[in-house]
Design a protein around this ligand. Structure first.
Ligand code: HEC
Length: 195
């Protein structure tokens, strides 16, 4: 994974992009490795909680568990790692936490293009170093594919009780109508780089 470097022009018009060290630009760049490790942890925790909730209370109960636990898992992981860890989508359910910023929107759109070009959703990721007034920030995104288990809450034929629970918690929910293999969203991680 080669980080792509996109300099951001500041108000002064200066390109503040510093040259990347070879370590940062190499394919086994340690920041990318860290980000991937955190995503594994995040995805693993989400999946096991989701599975347990569906098994014990069915999908309606699992909606409530997702609502309570997903943001907590993300916050705890961010706290313990020093990274900012979250999930975003072009069609968000949690519009507060899940709405992408400008960079994330561009990356999600590029993932859609890559998917349309035949690259499977589970292979799509992007690393970039962003330079702005705040300094340099490493950003990483990894696409989240829609699988079979997701359809109960994100698919085209959501059962009435699940739809009702979703309506109640998420009046602006856009995260329905997905099919297997679609990009449901992406993990998004960032960390300031200190030189
Ligand atoms: C039991 C219902 C349920 C199932 C099954 C489910 N989700 Fe969700 N999903 C939710 C809820 C509820 C939220 C909003 C969580 C929050 O408030 O942060 C959500 C949010 C998300 C988000 C964050 C972005 C957004 O739209 O807010 C992603 C990404 C996501 N789900 C992917 C998946 C994937 C991939 C699967 C299958 C592996 C899946 N979900 C299965 C209920 C579900």
């Amino acid at each position: 994974m080669q980080p792509i470097v996109r300099p951001i022009l500041t108000a002064t018009g200066l390109c503040l992009l510093m040259s990347l060290t070879s370590a940062q630009a190499s394919s086994d760049d340690p920041m990318t490795e860290q980000a991937k490790g955190l995503i594994k942890q995040f995805a693993g925790q989400l999946q096991s909680e989701l599975k347990a909730a569906i098994q014990t209370g069915g999908p309606v109960e699992a909606v409530a568990v997702c609502k309570e636990h997903a943001p907590v898992i993300a916050a705890e992981l961010s706290e313990s790692s020093g990274w900012s860890v979250g999930r975003v989508s072009l069609k968000a359910r949690n519009t507060t936490l899940g709405t992408p910023d400008v960079w994330e929107t561009q990356v999600l759109e590029s993932f859609e293009t890559r998917l349309a070009d035949g690259q499977p959703a589970d292979t799509l990721s992007q690393a970039e170093v962003i330079e702005d007034d705040q300094g340099r920030t490493f950003r990483f995104m990894k696409a989240i594919p829609t699988g079979e288990v997701c359809l109960a809450c994100h698919g085209e034929a959501i059962s009435e009780p699940v739809a009702q629970a979703l309506d109640e918690y998420y009046p602006n929910d856009q995260a329905r109508g997905f099919k297997i293999g679609d990009i449901r969203g992406a993990f998004t991680l960032s960390k300031p780089l200190h030189d």
